[in-house]
Design a protein around this ligand. Structure first.
Ligand SMILES: [Zn+2]
Length: 131
């Protein structure tokens, strides 16, 4: 893996923590990685979407979901200084990304249908405090 990330600092604002991974073009510490994943997944989740005419770029969504789950797995396997909370969040992201991937592969599933089955998951997620 990219060992170069380990010697650099998180590129978000004045964070300054050691970067452990990257997302897109940004190198990130574990906190900001988690934060970015949550923000992005939240924005991509069709269950959280209002029915707007906003175009959905499926290829870009898939790309992000794949990157996000691959990186989350890498971090959880390779970073030895994770707290239980951070591990929990990484797992949450992995599961959420997996769920979204399945939703994207079943485009005929209506949002209303997925809404009904998603209530539990959304509630659990809402209980996780913001970073
Ligand atoms: Zn950071």
């Amino acid at each position: 893996m990219d060992t170069m990330h380990r010697k650099r600092n998180c590129s978000v604002g004045s964070c300054g923590r050691a970067a452990i991974t990257s997302l897109g073009q940004q190198i990130l510490c574990v906190n900001h990685f988690l934060l970015r994943c949550y923000e992005k997944l939240d924005g991509l989740d069709p269950r959280g979407r209002k029915f707007t005419s906003e175009p959905i770029d499926l290829a870009a969504m898939r790309g992000f979901i794949e990157e996000c789950s691959r990186k989350a797995l890498d971090v959880s396997l390779q970073c030895e200084e994770l707290s239980n909370l951070e591990r929990g969040r990484l797992l949450d992201i992995l599961l959420w990304a997996g769920e979204l991937f399945l939703l994207l592969r079943a485009p005929r599933l209506t949002f209303a249908e997925s809404m009904a089955s998603a209530d539990d998951g959304m509630a659990a997620r809402a209980a996780i405090p913001n970073l």
